[in-house]
Design a protein around this ligand. Structure first.
Ligand code: FUB
Length: 313
């Protein structure tokens, strides 16, 4: 406990030192170690980050951890929230790109495993999560040209929930009220030009924003682009000013993101990964948080990867 407290103090000191010196270097990552595909969420005034555990060739991780924070600055490791060999009957490896959705007091944890998409349900944001289906929600190869990975669920103001997923193609479908099933005949292909993977949807002032990653995650050009629509399932029009997040200077491979509005304000944060600095690549990635802003017309402005979110609450 004492050691954990000292580690947090050291991290907070490093971040404050970086702010104070104003060095023209990339800010430190928000989480220690190698973490990719971060999904940022908020529940009960607490922020949560759900990443892929990174650091193996071919992304061979077998479990997921979660992190919590009250200020987006100091993050607590909540431990393993889903362990594939222990908690699933149908997959043991390639634990990638989780995302959560809250409904009816429950937390639904969507994830990629063995190139399929699964869902697990918990009573709270850090589980314990249980697989109610005993099989994938979206099976490997279910849609042609689409790798069944990178799920994201958007819950609209009326409570309707929509699943977005896919590498290669961007698929979307309204979920049933149970949050763990859908009508396969209703799955739509929304693939925008340049799309590769990691779809994310949010709504601001009545406009739906779809964003995604372009290029391969091992490519330094990995980046995030966006489009808008008047309804959650589109049609989406790609914005003129793209990408909204990309490499700059020592920051390479910036992508696979999520976006969150800070409670009670029109202030937004983007979570994303980049190649570890120094010496990272597409298998050694680290998680960062930057402010996300809009222009007067509601279009997303380019993100400054040298601007970190620090203690905004
Ligand atoms: O982390 C494994 C894979 O790399 C994710 O599923 C992709 O989105 C890419 O970030």
């Amino acid at each position: 406990m004492k050691r954990e407290g000292s580690a947090l103090c050291v991290r907070a000191f490093i971040v404050l030192l970086w702010c104070a010196t104003g060095l023209a270097a990339a800010p430190p990552p928000c989480l220690p170690g190698l973490n990719a595909d971060p999904h940022l969420a908020e529940s009960g005034g607490v922020f949560y980050l759900y990443p892929t555990s990174d650091g193996t060739e071919g992304w061979m991780s077998t479990s997921f951890r979660a992190w919590s924070s009250r200020d987006l600055l100091v993050w607590k490791d909540e431990g393993v929230v889903l362990d594939l060999p222990r908690d699933l009957k149908w997959a043991e490896v390639r634990a990638w790109a989780p995302a959560v959705a809250f409904k009816g007091g429950r937390c639904y944890y969507y994830f990629s495993a063995a190139q399929s998409i699964g869902v697990a349900v918990g009573e709270g944001p850090v589980g314990p999560f249980k697989d109610p289906l005993g099989k994938p929600l979206v099976a490997k190869g279910a849609w042609k040209g689409c790798q069944s990975i990178d799920p994201m669920v958007f819950v609209d103001g009326d409570g309707a929930a929509y699943l977005f997923f896919g590498q290669g193609r961007c698929m979307a479908v309204k979920l049933n009220d149970d949050m763990v099933s859908f009508d396969p005949s209703q799955v739509r292909d929304l693939t925008p030009p340049g799309y590769n993977e990691g779809p994310f949807v949010f709504k601001r002032n009545g406009i739906y924003h779809l964003s995604w990653s372009e290029f391969d995650t091992r490519d330094p050009r990995y980046s995030v682009a966006c489009a808008t629509a008047d309804s959650p399932l589109g049609p989406y029009r790609k914005a003129a000013a793209n990408p909204i997040l990309k490499q700059r200077g020592e920051v390479k491979g910036a992508g696979h993101h999520s976006i969150l509005r800070l409670p009670g304000r029109d202030e937004w944060v983007i979570a994303y990964h980049r190649f570890r600095i120094p010496g990272g690549d597409g298998y050694r990635r680290e998680t960062c948080l930057s402010p996300l802003r809009f222009d007067a017309n509601g279009a997303i402005l380019p993100v400054d990867v040298f601007e970190a979110v620090h203690n905004r609450l």
